[in-house]
Design a protein around this ligand. Structure first.
Ligand code: PLP
Length: 358
């Protein structure tokens, strides 16, 4: 018996189509497509009619290019391996004025998207003035073989925060930059800003003048914020393990390493389950339940390869123990404080779990 990580391919595709909502979409496939598998995800997204992808690593961008020869591939991090970017026709962010002046000659023939920094402060031009400076310098650059300005973009850091003004601020600052540049007559083939939270906050449509929404987590079946209905986004992932044996313990018995769980009642039944943090179950997840034969039972201790679940007479050796499925969703536990959706997805150990696509 080994715990299983499994994805229902049809459900994944159906969700992607539903999220896309016939809007132009750039699928974010960073970190091995949120750990759903880069190759699997790109193929499903192509089937869903998505032909534009973005990631943070050049290695992944090159792999996407192989998988999708005709797609637009956008690299959200600036890199210094200019030849690889050029040879693979990868679009790349232009992350600062300093980078531009240091590398404008290296960037010849490369499609760049000017990035506006905004509240996240991770990357991008600080002000409209800086962007205008680049546009002007570029226009005056008489070099025949120079970089190609193809896009304009930003990233929102607060789209999943409600009851605070930050999202409205970053949204307004961005639209001001965008509209000013468009009013000045500048044109960009690609304009993109919205992550999943922003996309849904705006009514599951792209903002005016934008060519794409740049969506990640929703495409992978988790809701970016809790007030969204569960039906709107559907999870295709199941993570399940097995009951190895059920043990009786008595009041006062300490179970697990170093007094992990103190038994409260006599004749308590603990199911020993073959999954643990070594398989990627977050420690915070163990403060909640596991689903056995359709019923939720409390997890009592988490170890590297095992967990204890307190059960009743209805649970037996070899029963399946669900940690995540369509009824026990990653996002449910995110909203209970376990950690970001992407954090739990990223932690899954694909080497120790059996990995299958159904
Ligand atoms: C991860 C990421 C996204 C996607 O965000 P989700 O919340 O998963 O939709 C979009 N843009 C950038 C720059 C990112 O790093």
């Amino acid at each position: 018996m080994t715990a299983i990580w499994s994805v229902d391919s049809d459900a994944f595709l159906e969700n992607a189509k539903k999220v896309k909502n016939q809007q132009p979409m750039m699928a974010v496939v960073k970190n091995n497509a949120y750990h759903y598998g880069l190759e699997f995800a790109v193929k499903q997204f192509l089937k869903a009619g998505i032909d534009t992808f973005s990631t943070t690593s050049l290695k992944e961008a090159v792999r996407v290019r192989e998988l999708a020869p005709n797609a637009t591939v956008f690299l959200m991090n600036a890199v210094y391996d200019f030849d690889t970017v050029r040879e693979n026709e990868i679009h790349m962010t232009l992350p600062s004025l300093k980078y531009y002046y240091e590398h404008k000659n290296d960037l010849h023939g490369i499609h760049v998207h000017l990035e506006f920094e905004n509240l996240l402060h991770r990357s991008g031009f600080k002000t409209l003035d800086e962007i205008q400076e680049v546009l002007q310098d570029h226009q005056q650059n008489s070099n025949q073989d120079k970089m190609i300005i193809s896009g304009l973009w930003t990233h929102f850091g607060y789209a999943d925060e409600f009851g605070v003004p930050e999202y409205d601020h970053e949204r307004a600052a961005w639209l001001e930059v965008l509209n000013t540049l468009l009013d000045e007559g500048h044109h960009f083939d690609l304009i993109h800003a919205q992550n999943s939270a922003s996309y849904y906050r705006e009514g599951q449509v792209v903002l005016p003048h934008h060519t794409h929404a740049r969506v990640g987590i929703a495409l992978y079946g988790s809701r970016p914020y809790s007030s969204l209905d569960e039906e709107v986004i559907q999870q295709s992932l199941t993570v399940k393990a097995n009951v190895i044996q059920v043990r009786d313990v008595q009041q006062g018995d300490y179970c697990g390493y170093s007094w992990a769980f103190e038994t409260q009642n006599d004749n308590t039944k603990l199911a020993v389950v073959d999954v643990g943090y070594g398989d990627g179950i977050l420690r915070t997840r163990a403060q909640h339940e596991a689903l056995i034969n359709g019923k939720r039972y409390p997890i009592r201790a988490l170890m590297m390869s095992h967990m204890f679940v307190e059960v009743d007479d209805n649970v037996h050796a070899q029963d399946q123990v669900v940690l995540y499925n369509e009824d026990m969703r990653i996002d449910e536990y995110t909203f209970k404080g376990v950690g970001a959706n992407s954090e739990q997805l990223s932690a899954m150990n694909h080497d120790s779990l059996i990995k299958e696509y159904r």
